[in-house]
Design a binder for this molecule. Structure first.
Ligand code: AMP
Length: 214
């Protein structure tokens, strides 16, 4: 199963990608998570990405593309992957096509998760991240057992710096201008399915399963 999830920040792509990855036994490949992991480890890639991420704009395509190619070449991605956060613009859409063609692989589907902007804002404001292990929470929808503390590793939870209101506005603009054109790109290739991202995690997951006929 090779699937991409499209949708604005806060649409729930990461949460749904986790559900799908567990269901199909393939890795959840999130470019945002990969950048944040590199940042926590202090790698050159993480340091390069930081300036762009803090401003809410896209990391250059060549850097991102190399990172994705390395990730999908790992053994665990041989049976497939759920891509979340990539591609993010038309250049990346074409780069992914080329990456898959070179490996004689193809994409099964692009699922766009659709959520109105006012709901996105409410969701993003409540997001919390564990700076130590990368676990994600939400103050309302997925609260940790102890407020502000990671269930998994006990570290103090933080808000992602790019989840602050000013940066969120930039990221939503980037989505509209650069990422949304990918909807037409995948529609033309007969790969696009749009589902509503409103409702509970389970409700959205059920909708996605239905469109994947599974
Ligand atoms: P996300 O966690 O998907 O919201 O991504 C957080 C930030 O990582 C984005 O605002 C970008 O700065 C960077 N990023 C993630 N995915 C990509 C991508 N495909 N291309 C460029 N930058 C990305």
């Amino acid at each position: 199963m090779r699937l991409i999830l499209l949708g604005p920040p806060g649409a729930g792509k990461g949460t749904q990608a986790d559900v799908l990855a567990a269901h199909y036994g393939v890795p959840h490949v999130s470019t945002g998570d990969l950048f944040r992991y590199n940042l926590r480890q202090g790698t050159p890639l993480g340091l390069e990405a930081k300036g762009y991420m803090d401003r809410g704009i896209l990391v250059p395509d060549d850097v991102t593309g190399r990172m994705v190619a390395d990730r999908i070449d790992r053994d665990d991605a041989a049976p497939g992957f759920i891509l979340d956060g990539y591609p993010r613009n038309l250049v990346q859409g074409e780069a992914l096509e080329e990456m898959l063609r070179a490996r004689q692989l193809h994409l099964d589907r692009a699922v766009a998760v659709d959520v109105p902007e006012d709901v996105l804002l409410a969701r993003i404001t409540g997001r919390r991240l564990c700076p130590s292990c990368g676990a994600t929470y939400h103050t309302l929808y997925h609260a940790p057992r102890r407020e502000g503390v990671c269930d998994r590793c006990g570290a103090e939870l933080l808000q992602r710096p790019d989840d602050r209101a000013e940066t969120v506005a930039v990221r939503l603009g980037v989505y509209r201008d650069e990422t949304a054109p990918l909807l037409a790109f995948y529609r033309e290739r007969d790969l696009l399915t749009t589902v509503s991202g409103l409702g509970s995690v389970e409700e959205v997951a059920a909708r996605i399963r239905e469109v994947l006929h599974d």
